[in-house]
Design a protein around this ligand. Structure first.
Ligand code: SDX
Length: 430
């Protein structure tokens, strides 16, 4: 606790509020005593100026375009690490040793299967159910299969379920894809890598051997690392809030998936491709840029803007380079959508409206194009994001439960509704 403080003057009352600094980034004014001492709440719609918790997992500097997982710059992890290494780092705070990683990878690999009854859940969904709708339902129902080991106060149960979720998300996402495709599910193969299995369980069939494309595996490993965590974003905050009531980890992650689905958040990657298809051609770009600026038009440039990054999203920079490599090799090499995306980016980055509001491409602007180049259908883009983000969600869930300061999240409000009035029977209501 720093000895700095903030002075709040209310009429003739003077309040000293402690300033609490972290290891990096903005400090905080500790307003916890405010209501008791003044009878006033703070008001901060969208939590633009609110730190909801202490955390040691991810650090973002939106002005400098910095993103670090447990202190490691995203650029270094993107270049050298595997997604499972990053998942271990996010959960445990340190990169694993060779032995630790071998054990971790063995446990994850041997938890990728689902109980057979869970696979039958998918038969109940309409054939064209959105994969995210299926994932919300199936992940939430996992608690019905593991109720004997979901004591959230038991550290061993917490880690076991964190690993279970990381292990099973690719199997669940792939099963959702197969349901849409009308094909039989492909079970995970324990001889194949985590990322390789994700591709295999989606694209392999029971009719012939499936060859995992090394470039696709490399690109997906990178995309999963970039999507693994991102501080207190909407879906991670959702997981923390649901977890603060003592809900089981599967319910928490199911809530996180639901929050991520929104087009303003993880649903943006799918919305980017829909937007590019809607724009259709380069000569229509200026019309849509004008619509994006028009306050009376709900159209927004999907994949642009970010609550925190007021500079280029470092993840978008990394993805942009990989985009070329993947597209060059894929049948999509001359995909007009990529050209359209590049032109749109160029025009928006030079437009005063976007410059004045620091609206840069974010991670979702390019990720959809790569997923599409990997033959992943648009309605699966956010499901892929959810598989990757599970590593971050479970890390924050554990950190929240281990935080001695944690308590049930219960914000207050500024009430602007009716004041007290008397009930009138309907016979007297004209
Ligand atoms: C993710 O939080 C995270 O970390 C999220 C994420 C993660 O990894 O978890 O990074 C993943 O969700 C990335 C963001 C994906 N969403 C999109 O690409 C959807 C399009 N973007 C916008 O919806 C918006 O930029 C948000 C939601 C991302 C951020 O919204 P904010 O911070 O609330 O910003 P705002 O709505 O207050 O906008 C500020 C101004 C407004 O104009 P003015 O009122 O000042 O005149 O910028 C404008 C907005 O109208 N604006 C846009 C715009 N985004 C903001 N105008 C046109 N197109 C856009 N995309």
């Amino acid at each position: 606790m720093s000895d700095q403080h903030a002075i709040l003057t209310l009429g003739d009352e003077i309040l000293r509020l402690n300033i609490v600094n972290g290891t990096e980034g903005p400090g905080t004014i500790d307003i916890a005593p405010l209501y008791k001492q003044t009878g006033l709440f703070t008001r901060d719609p969208g939590f633009l100026s609110t730190a909801s918790c202490n955390s040691q997992i991810t650090y973002i500097d939106g002005d400098a375009g910095i993103l670090r997982y447990r202190g490691y710059p995203i650029e270094q992890l993107a270049e050298h690490a595997s997604f499972l290494e990053v998942a271990y780092l996010l959960i445990h705070g340190e990169l694993p040793t060779r032995v630790e990683f071998a054990e971790f990878e063995h446990v994850i690999t041997n938890h990728t299967m689902l109980k057979e009854g869970l696979f039958r859940f998918f038969e109940g969904f309409h054939y064209d159910a959105h994969p995210m709708a299926m994932m919300v339902g199936v992940v939430g129902s996992l608690s019905a299969f593991y109720h004997d080991t979901i004591d959230i106060h038991n550290p061993e149960h917490r880690i076991r379920n964190a690993y279970r979720l990381i292990a099973k998300m690719p199997t669940i996402a792939a099963a959702a894809y197969k349901h849409n495709a009308g094909e039989l599910v492909i079970y995970p193969n324990n001889q194949v890598s985590y990322i390789g299995n994700m591709l295999r369980m989606m694209f392999a069939t029971h009719c012939e051997p499936y060859q995992i494309d090394p470039l696709a595996e490399k690109a997906l490993n990178l995309l999963f690392i970039l999507h693994a965590d991102h501080e207190q974003n909407a879906s991670t905050s959702t997981v923390r809030l649901v977890g603060s009531s003592g809900a089981n980890p599967f319910a928490c992650i199911s809530a996180g998936i639901a929050s991520l689905w929104g087009p303003a958040h993880g649903g943006a990657n799918e919305a980017v491709l829909n937007m590019l298809n809607q724009i259709g051609s380069v000569d229509k770009i200026s019309e849509y840029i004008a619509r994006a600026k028009d306050k009376d038009d709900p159209f927004r440039l999907m994949g642009f803007g970010h609550r925190v990054y007021k500079n280029y999203d470092p993840r978008a920079k990394i993805i942009r380079d990989v985009c070329y490599a993947v597209l060059e090799q894929s049948a999509d090499a001359n995909n007009p959508l990529f050209e359209l995306a590049l032109r749109l980016e160029e025009i928006a980055l030079n437009d005063d409206y976007f410059i004045a509001r620091n609206l840069y491409p974010n991670v979702d602007f390019y990720s959809g194009i790569i997923y599409r180049a990997l033959n992943i259908p648009e309605n699966m883009f956010t499901a892929m994001f959810a598989v990757a983000r599970t590593a971050g969600w479970v890390s924050h869930w554990i950190e929240m439960l281990e935080d001695p300061e944690h308590r049930i999240g219960r914000p207050r409000q500024l009430y602007q509704g009716a004041q007290q009035r008397v009930y009138q029977p309907v016979s007297q209501r004209s």
